[in-house]
Design a protein around this ligand. Sequence first.
Ligand SMILES: [Zn+2]
Length: 114
Amino acid sequence: MHEYSIVMSLMEQCESLAQQHQAQGIEQVELKIGILSGVEPALLAQAFETFKLETICHNAKLVMNIQPLVLQCRDCDQQSQVDERTIICPICTSNNTLVIDGEDMMLMQLVLDT
Ligand SMILES: [Zn+2]
C-alpha cells in the first residue's frame, strides 16, 4: 500500500532527526497533506499507528493538516483556494492556472522529547 511506504520513510526521517538532536523520543509528528498529494489521511493514520510501535515514534501523536489546493490564475492574476480537485480558476473560470500548493505531503514539525 502506498501509505505504508510513505510512513516508513517518514519514520526514517523522524529517527534521523531525533538522533541529530539527541532526543529520547518523539511526542508529536505534524504533517501537511495536500489534497492532490494522493495520500489518504485515514490510511496514513492507520499505517502510522501500526508502524510507530517499532520505532522512536512509538509515543508520538500524529497531527495531519489538510492543505487545500491553491491556484494562481495566469489570466486574472488572482490566487484562490479551492476545495475540489480542479485546475479551473473559480473567479474567471480560466484553466490557465498554476498549482501553488496542495500537491505535496511534507513533514511540518516534530516535537522531540529530549
Ligand atoms: Zn482567473
